[in-house]
Structures are given as structure tokens and as C-alpha cells.
Design a protein around this ligand. Structure first.
Ligand code: ATP
Ligand code: MG
Length: 197
């Protein structure tokens, strides 16, 4: 390609991008869903939270999975003055299969999340692994959709989990699917602090 042709193409491309930028004028919080079987959902959510905190914003987290308490992100963030961090109540009982207790724990975590969604001092809320609550029928999606719709205008919410409820997808602004193409675990690599948790 000649230099001149390349220059012309670049100008055209820039004009198209500038026109799109000029069209995006709305200022409001967004609902972001991070789903799929690949690695990178929770770490993306907490990466975004780090970005927000850097800008002086106030954030909250509700972790819906039992998981590990001592994740790197928990250790780094839970005492941060701009972050309100909640690990769900009594935790889940995957091992004992105590369904009633799991539902009670899910309800308790949702009560906390609902409180946060009504708080207009919060700029960003991460509902980590929340999607499983709908998959296992621990929570119904309708009240969650209603609370998300009624939340403060500038508040952004990120929900992670491998599968997403359709009701959430209907109202989301951004949906990213993290595809599982390969994972070190299947190559026999043990989970590592700072990488997996
Ligand atoms: P991360 O927290 O690393 O961003 P994630 O939130 O996308 O991961 P989860 O489904 O929440 O993924 O799983 C959390 C843990 O499982 C992490 O330690 C992650 O490395 C690991 N993991 C994620 N995807 C896979 C996979 N496809 N196979 C094996 N392990 C996985
Ligand atoms: Mg995760």
C-alpha cells in the first residue's frame, strides 16, 4: 500500500471512530455481566474495581460463593476505606448438601446486595459469582432485576459467574463471554496464590 493510500484509510477510520464517540453522550452507570467458562471473570471485575478506587470512587463487593476467604483481592481490598466488602453469611454447604441452609445464606447475601444497590454513595458494586444463585434456584431473578433497574443512575454493577440468568442479560449494558480455550489446571498445574486466588 502506498503511503498516501495508507494515510487516506487512516483518516477515514478515524472519522468513523470519531462519529461513534460523538454519538455516545449519555452519562450513567452500567450493568456489566462477565460470563463463560474461561479464567478471567472475577479478576476482571476486581481489576475494574481497582481502576475505580484509583479515581477516588466508592465500591462494594458481595461474594456469593463459599470459595476461599483469603484471596489476594480480599487481603488487598477488604480494609480499604473506599471499599465495603461482604462475604456471604454462613457460606454454602456444597459438601453437606443442606439446601435449606444454602437458600438462607443466599437470601442473606441478597439482602445485603439489595441494601448496597439502594445506596447512592456507591459508584461500583461487584456481585461476584452471583449467577449461581439463579442456576441453583437459591434466588429468583425478578427482585434482582427490579433492584438493578431501580438503582441510582450513576451506579455501575458487575455480576460474574459462568452462566447468566436470561433476566439479567435482558437488562445488561455490557456482556463479555470469557471463553475457555485452555487452562493450566488441565495441564496439571496446581492453583497458585496470586494467580488463581
Ligand atoms: P479468576 O478469578 O481467575 O478471574 P474466574 O472468576 O473467571 O477466574 P471462576 O469460575 O470463578 O473463574 O473460577 C475461579 C477459579 O477457578 C480460579 O482459580 C480460576 O483460575 C479457576 N478457573 C477458572 N476457569 C477455569 C477453567 N476453565 N478450568 C480450570 N480452572 C478454572
Ligand atoms: Mg470467579
Amino acid at each position: 500500500m502506498s503511503e498516501e493510500l495508507h494515510r487516506q484509510k487512516s483518516i477515514k477510520r478515524k472519522a468513523v471512530i470519531d462519529a461513534k464517540i460523538a454519538k455516545a453522550t449519555e452519562q450513567r452507570g452500567v450493568l456489566i455481566l462477565l460470563k463463560g467458562n474461561g479464567k478471567g471473570k472475577s479478576s476482571s471485575a476486581f481489576g475494574t474495581m481497582a481502576r475505580s478506587v484509583g479515581h477516588g470512587k466508592h465500591c462494594a463487593v458481595v461474594q456469593f460463593s463459599k470459595g476461599r476467604l483469603e484471596t489476594g483481592e480480599f487481603k488487598l481490598f477488604h480494609r480499604h476505606p473506599q471499599i465495603d466488602w461482604h462475604v456471604m453469611g454462613h457460606g454454602f454447604t456444597w459438601e453437606t448438601q443442606d439446601c435449606a441452609r444454602d437458600i438462607a445464606a443466599a437470601e442473606q447475601a441478597w439482602q445485603k446486595a439489595a441494601e448496597l444497590l439502594a445506596d447512592d454513595s456507591l459508584d461500583l458494586i461487584v456481585l461476584d459469582e452471583m449467577s449461581y444463585m439463579f442456576k441453583y434456584d437459591y434466588l429468583s431473578v425478578e427482585p434482582v432485576v427490579a433492584a438493578l433497574k431501580a438503582r441510582p443512575r450513576m451506579q455501575t454493577v458487575i455480576i460474574t459467574g459462568r452462566t447468566m440468568a436470561l433476566g439479567l442479560q435482558d437488562i445488561a449494558d455490557t456482556i463479555s463471554v470469557i471463553q475457555d480455550e485452555r487452562h493450566a489446571f488441565r495441564l496439571g498445574v496446581k492453583a497458585q496464590a496470586g494467580i488463581e486466588y
